[in-house]
Design a protein around this ligand. Sequence first.
Ligand code: NI
Length: 176
Amino acid sequence: MPEPDPPPILLFPDPHLRTKARPVGPADADAVRDLAPRMLEAMYRAPGIGLAAPQVGVGLRLVVVDLQRDETRAPTVLVNPEVVAASAEAAVREEGCLSLPGHYADVSRPALVKVRFHDLSGARREVEADGLLAACLQHEVDHLDGVLFVDHLSPLKRNMILRRIAKERKQQKVKE
Ligand code: NI
């Protein structure tokens, strides 16, 4: 099989990252089957552990994740994922994002979540996640609503990161 051609990952402040994605419908089946392996390829090359369709400029509720850090790939494709239950207990974990490369911050989220989704064959699935997977799934589902991890930070911390990004972009422009 040929290597899927990975789409470029959009960087903040690209407006696609702030746009709410629409549910995948039956008419999107072919597009999703084409896009999912390409998104996985983009995620592996980055490398990252999760990627949402808006990050490659596609406004569909589609997410790919793979927490494996070694060579054994264990990809999960989530079509129309939904967090249907979340624990009152929170967990703090350092997060980053392929659309805000090089920036990390501690984010507090529910420690346990139940996520419902469809797989690529259309079958309904449900996963109960804790630890890194819980944080990753919530982070990716956020992307589908135009929400970024920096939105979970205090205004002070968020502005620190956004100012650093603005500065980097300015320096980048000077170089160009
Ligand atoms: Ni992200």
